[in-house]
Write a protein that binds this ligand. Sequence first.
Ligand SMILES: Cc1cc2nc3c(=O)[nH]c(=O)nc-3n(C[C@H](O)[C@H](O)[C@H](O)COP(=O)(O)O)c2cc1C
Length: 215
Amino acid sequence: MRNRKKLQRSGNEEGGNKRISIVLQDPRVLSNHFSTSIIRRKMASEPVNVNEFQELARRAVPKMYFDFYNGGAEDQHTLRENMEAFRRITFRPRVLIDVRRIDMSTTILGYPTSAPIMSAPTGMHRLAHPEGEVATARAAAACNTIMAMSFSANCTVEEVASSCNAIRFFQTYVYKRRHVTAVLVQRAERNGFKAIMLTVDTPRIGRREADIKNK
Ligand SMILES: Cc1cc2nc3c(=O)[nH]c(=O)nc-3n(C[C@H](O)[C@H](O)[C@H](O)COP(=O)(O)O)c2cc1C
């Protein structure tokens, strides 16, 4: 169908599993869709809370892509429990101390970061922005934090590496054909990625019902 972006499931030769791949039939549609002016017009005001980005994304991104980013598997118990787990964490107020200089910087695996926050590996950033992971890496660099790049990225490790000086980790899986993993790790290392994040919970991909409906 003309101008339709299609979310497809395709066989993953390496693991014998399924993974999601995206076929953009007309990339110009995506670029137009994300033109800054359109997004600005849709923004009533600047977000004041990180949750508000969710609503902005809902308005800015085609439903199929929004559902991919926003949804969990099956009845979404784990997604809900993850959010509840964050709600259960509270801050201990410390009063009557010098707060003129607040420093949240720390290190992750020995690498400095401005706060104990980094970007988790998530796939296919071009669904959200035409520059994809390159833009994510630049944002991480601007925030002095670490970017974890997904194996399912739309950009190559070379593109991300040459785009900025953010400290980068690379996420991958252990494939049946071990040499595939070895080659990926070596390529990441050659491009200055500092650590490997090994994802082990995907021998089978979750059954994401919204993605199934959007097919
Ligand atoms: C849209 C989306 C895509 C993701 N893609 C990947 C991926 O490609 N590789 C991976 O190891 N984890 C992936 N994850 C998992 C995240 O890295 C992270 O482990 C998960 O979201 C749990 O963290 P959270 O509770 O902060 O969301 C993805 C998560 C989401 C929501």
